[in-house]
Design a protein around this ligand. Structure first.
Ligand code: 5GP
Ligand code: ZN
Length: 109
């Protein structure tokens, strides 16, 4: 855990953020500034700055992020209508929180 990292704090239960799902590897919570009716963040507990910092050993984390996203989409009722999964990488890619996370957005009608 990186002491000054917001998503380290949230993923380790150090804030009042409501956690929608948690396992040993990652947590899921709502984006504070939603870009869609459903906007979740899938966040590994390990501090990894961005996709650029992933190593071979992190492959299971990535697989789990996608599998949990799929489950959360179904739980939130957007699986059939459809949704987007995306990861912003570094400043030029729109990343503002430098702790790896995947966005799940959907719920438009
Ligand atoms: P990025 O642009 O880095 O991919 O996405 C970071 C996301 O984190 C943004 O969509 C932003 O709204 C969200 N965010 C920033 N601070 C907080 C916070 O304190 N709590 C929650 N739940 N989301 C946050
Ligand atoms: Zn972190």
């Amino acid at each position: 855990m990186k002491k000054d990292c917001l998503f380290c704090k949230i993923s380790h239960g150090k804030t009042s953020t409501e956690i929608l799902y948690e396992n040993d590897t990652l947590v899921v919570f709502r984006d504070i500034n939603p870009a869609a009716p459903i906007h979740l963040l899938i966040v590994p507990k390990n501090h990894i700055r961005s996709v650029n910092d992933l190593s071979e050993a992190d492959q299971p984390i990535l697989a789990e992020m996608v599998m949990v996203a799929k489950e959360m989409a179904a739980q939130q009722g957007v699986d059939k209508s459809g949704y987007r999964l995306f990861i912003n990488v570094e400043r030029g890619g729109g990343q503002v929180v430098f702790h790896l996370h995947m966005h799940l957005i959907g719920g438009w009608h």
